[in-house]
Ligand binder design. Sequence first.
Ligand code: G4P
Length: 285
Amino acid sequence: MTIQWFPGHMAKARRQVTEKLKLIDIVYELVDARIPVSSRNPMIDEIISNKPRIILLNKADMADAKITREWLDYFNLPGSSTKAIAIDSQTGKGIQQIASLSKELLKEKFDKMQSRGIRPRAIRALIVGIPNVGKSTLINRLAKKNIAQTGDRPGVTKAQQWVKVGKELELLDTPGILWPKFEDQEVGYRLATTGAIKDTIINLQDIAVFALRFLTDAYPERLKERYGLEEIPEDIVELFDAIGSKRGCKMSGGHIDYDKTAELVIREIRSEKLGKISLERPEKL
Ligand code: G4P
């Protein structure tokens, strides 16, 4: 696999996020609910350090609800300043919890500020996450009812725009972009299966092989049902042949077109034709 990981990009992104952290009270770390670990930056704990954080399992509408609950239990450790909730930024489901949970996590800090005579202000937050995880969608969704921006704050947040979310919350309008680390092959394949990284980076047939093996293991019944298979062949080429022939992915000579078959499988997974799928579960960590 020839995925490139650019240390230069990483370092720059990290610097930019670190700069923004100075301006905010809380971080919203957006991850893909289907792959909550593979869609994180592995250095996130170090980057964010001890800032309060809410892990937002986004695209929960596409994930296996049972496994999303397992992830919530995994991340929501009692007494920790990190919490997790499942959301769907496209419809806005779950996002109303963000402000209330932020208040809860910051209560002590804000109470202290008040007791020192500091005027109450809105909570300031930054959204961070890897490309394609839904950062812009979430900002737009949160800002929907209150698109008015508070504008620049000279001296404090030079040229930073804040987006108001109700009265008690403000978001930096540009999210922090962090990169996934796909040196680990499995991580790369999971990201590719969900469409988080461009199809040209990894060979489509390789992604489909990974995805079909995963489905055989985790969701065999759905695979059988979708492609009308009595049994799932153990041999991956036979599985491609079975799917390709059922779905008419053939070349002019009648041979199975493996590229076409791979594309079909990947497209159908991404468009939920095989149902809501989670590609990662906490017990396997
Ligand atoms: P980014 O800023 O982090 O790079 O991500 P962005 O908001 O652009 O979202 C990337 C894609 O993910 C978009 O789809 C967006 O609609 C989709 N998306 C974001 N949040 C959710 C969610 O909670 N559920 C689902 N199902 N999808 C979500 P796209 O295909 O690039 O565009 P489009 O289909 O919306 O036109």
